[in-house]
Design a protein around this ligand. Sequence first.
Ligand SMILES: [Zn+2]
Length: 499
Amino acid sequence: MRCLVSLLLALTLSPLAQADEAGTAKAFQKLRTSPWLLRQFMASFPKGGDLHNHLDGSIYAENIIKWAAEDGKCVAPITGQISFPPCDTSRPAMKDYAADSVNYRQLVDAYSVRNYERGPKSGHDQVFDTFGRFIPGTLGREGDMLREATNRRGAENTVYLELLQSWGMEKARAIAAAEAGAFRAGRTASDWARHPVLQRIVTDTRAELDRIEKRWRELSHCGQPNAEPGCGVALRYLAQVIRTFPPEQVNAQIALAFLLVKADPRYVGLNLVAPEDDPSTLRHYTEQMSVIGALGKLYPDVKVSLHAGEFGFGLVPPEDFRDHIRQALDVAGARRIGHGEAIGLETGALDTLRDMARRGIAVEINLTSNAIVHDLKGDQHPWLLYRQFGVPTALSADDEGVFRIDLTNEYQRAAATYPKLTYRDFKQLSRNALHYGFVEGQALLADTGSGRFVASCMGERPGSEPKAARCRDFLATHAKARLQWDLETRFARFESQSR
Ligand SMILES: [Zn+2]
């Protein structure tokens, strides 16, 4: 009988008119103790975005091996270090080496954390060591990488992806290495930004990005009837600075990052990556924050998210974890923090937390990453502390290929680990992952908890054309608002399906 009523309703009402948040929340509470029902639920649950996703780390080992074999690259047995041809007996061709199934298994382990618990290395070392081994296998395959990264998000019902990538950064490092003193601290940041070679790298990198995106769209059949799911994901980039190099090389990269964001609307911000506990990072952390702060004054509309406080207790001396998040906020002007695991160890953490809540500084939470790299899980993780203080947070995938996860896994993990989080909490997490994205334009939401719209679209119902002209104009003007409208439409559809 109930099915008949549902059917009749479906025939007489638009599907979105039946959106039932309370019913969906109830169904969620019932199924959340079953890992596989929860997985199914979270796979189709609409996700606003993924704000912390490294392109290099998002690629699964299987594709790296395939591309390296197809491209004639070589591999060192045991370590799995990929290199360019010509190959020799100490570095056979990947095509031949990986044809052996035992070798193949070893390579998958070498390019990810699969089976790492059985080896002598910590999760931290396995994760950070793996990039250097496999990255040569991805060079020349950037369009293929975009295809993999976007398709996974598209298939998981995700609206927006902010990808971290380092295109052009190697060239910036090379000019700093070649020209002694050109990027020395003390010279003004505006000098760096005017550097003619750096300007040329900006032009070249943008042209390179055109080529990469073209290949991605071709591979994915974007714009055609058989378009892959990644074509529908709104994609933006964060220029990714590798911070473990000598200071002048880091400065040149930071300058390039600012210039790329200024020059190309596809870049919406920048970030610093590579281990925060590396001796070079620790030695130059404050200087790096100052350089970003100085360039930020020059280019105040360039947005910055920073990996900060990516530590577990004991990884470094206490003096090194007492103020990294504070410095990222106060010195570098970060608008988002990645990881932030060490917040509870910082001096004056409670003031910092209150300040973050007041200023709307979001934290990108990477649960699996933190569990593997720093053994930080469950109640030991400061996520609930951020939530307790009202700091906005969003779930992200970090290096999903290396961790062999996806974004759905992170929602599932959160629901299974933190039983007090409700369906509405997950809706807010999903909304946060778009609301705190750096995508251009004003926001549609006045509040990510209730989902209330700003005045221009007050009272409108997602799923059909907005009734008021001013809402239509608002959505036409602001990309972020448009994507948020899309997310709310997906929620309405999701909540109209019976479970
Ligand atoms: Zn990261």
